[in-house]
Design a protein around this ligand. Structure first.
Ligand code: GDP
Ligand code: IMO
Ligand code: MG
Length: 427
């Protein structure tokens, strides 16, 4: 089973980091294929807690080769900051490979991200402010800076100068900010060149060679299906393809090599930033989920919006990604609830709608139609097999499985690395 794709099923923070870590002992390569340091993955190993943003979570497992492929946008200061932080904790980062075609987040992307959000006022997206959107915009607009440009000062300067020509007009005349000089950008980027050079290669070639050699490659998605620029709740999305298709264009590996698509889904739903969220709770139940699930952003520390499980979203995720397996996380957070509502369909302006509506206004107007499931009170964090789960917890999982379109192969019962019930092997 050579290539496996792992994606988020909802609006992010489903526990993809932990799921990747679970599989990492059986894989050879882990690939971050989209996004940048907007991601925030928390992995708990024994007493140690790791927060990863730009590096894929699989880097924590000895023997795995981590790859940052062409679909990623890289903030070099963050990259080297994370590398040093991990190295100082004894993690081997020497095998890290970076695509020559990945794009760079420069200081003007970070500045533009922040000022455009401020300018949008109440209509803001609630971005992480890391420069992700402006960097992808430049990529699509064909004025981006790529990793390989850093090794040719002449080309780098020319590209930075032409990008800044328009951006400085915007910064000075529209946003009232100071102009950014090409010199400051170029010298900052060049300062990383010597450390970056040994890591850079044709990652598509390396990955395809590895697959030819029967190595196992895991593609670890950042963000999630509902934040995907094509399939998410546009414009309240990130600027990359976080879905399984993005793993292919984002890495230069073809679809015929993929055997399995795993979606990580929380036993309830959370979202950070603005945008529609039908099952969002504004009462004490929402507070309960936030406090018990510790739903605060790994990247920005913002409190996450919380709500019940949304089955039409899970079905949508199965369809968009071709999901073969779900990893259900945070079932333990629901312990102690008397009743657990699950959204089974929506009411859109008086009409029952069973699937995620394609029309943005309909989704904004969608109110959930709930079915209630009885809860359980037993502590499940020590449970390691499905049969040991309380009967109502089993029923809840099986009901979600029946509604979501693919089998639930693993169930998270706590933050720790081993707090998981495996029903079907994923690798
Ligand atoms: P990611 O962005 O999808 O990698 O997820 P985050 O790391 O941002 O958020 C998931 C959080 O849930 C992290 O703090 C994990 O340690 C934690 N977590 C993951 N799985 C479980 C689980 O099964 N139970 C509990 N209680 N916490 C979990
Ligand atoms: P992980 O990988 C949750 C959200 C932001 C904002 C929108 C656009 O940890 O699941 P951006 O900075 O990407 O332009 O912001 O996307 N967002 C995330 N929300 N988890 C993430 O990543 C996210 N990455 C971006 O909050 O609403
Ligand atoms: Mg996260």
């Amino acid at each position: 089973m050579p290539a496996i794709i792992l994606v988020g099923a909802q609006w992010g923070d489903e526990g993809k980091g932990k799921a990747t870590d679970l599989l990492a002992s059986r894989i050879d390569y882990v690939v971050k294929f989209n996004g940048g340091n907007n991601a925030g993955h928390t992995v708990v190993i024994g007493d140690e807690k790791y927060a990863l943003h730009l590096l894929p979570s699989g880097i924590l497992t000895p023997g795995v080769t981590p790859i940052i492929s062409n679909g990623v946008v890289i903030d070099l200061e963050v990259l080297f900051g994370e590398i040093s932080a991990l190295a100082s904790r004894g993690i081997d980062v020497s095998r890290l490979r970076v695509s020559a075609n990945a794009h760079i987040i420069t200081s003007y992307h970070r500045t533009l991200d922040k000022v455009t959000e401020r300018f949008l006022g109440k209509r803001q997206i609630g971005t992480t402010g890391r420069g992700i959107g402006p960097s992808y915009a430049d990529k699509i607009n064909r004025v981006g800076i790529r990793v390989q440009d850093i090794f040719d000062e002449g080309i780098l300067r020319q590209k930075v100068e032409s990008a800044l020509e328009v951006k400085n007009h915007l910064l000075v005349k529209i946003y009232n900010r100071r102009a950014i000089t090409a010199d400051e950008v170029v010298s900052e980027l060049l300062s990383y060149a010597d450390r970056l050079r040994p890591m850079v290669c044709d990652t598509s070639l390396e990955l395809n060679n590895a697959l030819d050699d029967d190595k196992i490659v895991l593609f670890e998605g950042g963000q999630a299906t509902m934040l995907d620029v094509d399939h998410g709740t546009y414009p309240f999305v990130t600027s990359s393809n976080a879905t399984s298709g993005g793993a292919l264009t984002g890495s230069g590996v073809g679809p015929t090599r993929v055997d399995r698509v795993i979606a990580v889904v929380k036993a309830y739903t959370t979202r950070v930033g603005s945008g529609p969220f039908p099952t969002e709770l504004f009462d004490e139940s929402g507070e309960y989920l936030r406090a018990k699930g510790f739903e605060f952003g790994t990247t920005t520390g913002r409190p996450r919006r919380c709500g019940w499980y949304d089955a039409p979203i899970a079905r949508y995720t199965t369809r968009i990604n071709g999901v073969t397996d779900f990893v259900l996380t945070k079932l333990d957070v629901l312990t102690g609830l008397d009743q657990i509502p699950v959204c089974v369909a929506y009411d859109v302006d008086g009409t029952r709608v069973d699937e995620v509506p394609v029309n943005q206004s309909d989704f904004h107007h969608a109110t959930p139609i709930y079915e209630n499931f009885p809860g359980w009170t037993e502590d499940i964090t020590g449970v390691r097999s499905f049969d040991e789960l309380p009967a109502n917890a089993q029923k809840y999982v099986l009901a979600l499985e029946a509604m979501s379109g693919a089998r639930f192969s693993a169930i998270g019962v706590g933050p720790a690395r081993d707090a998981i019930v495996v029903r079907h092997d994923l690798v």
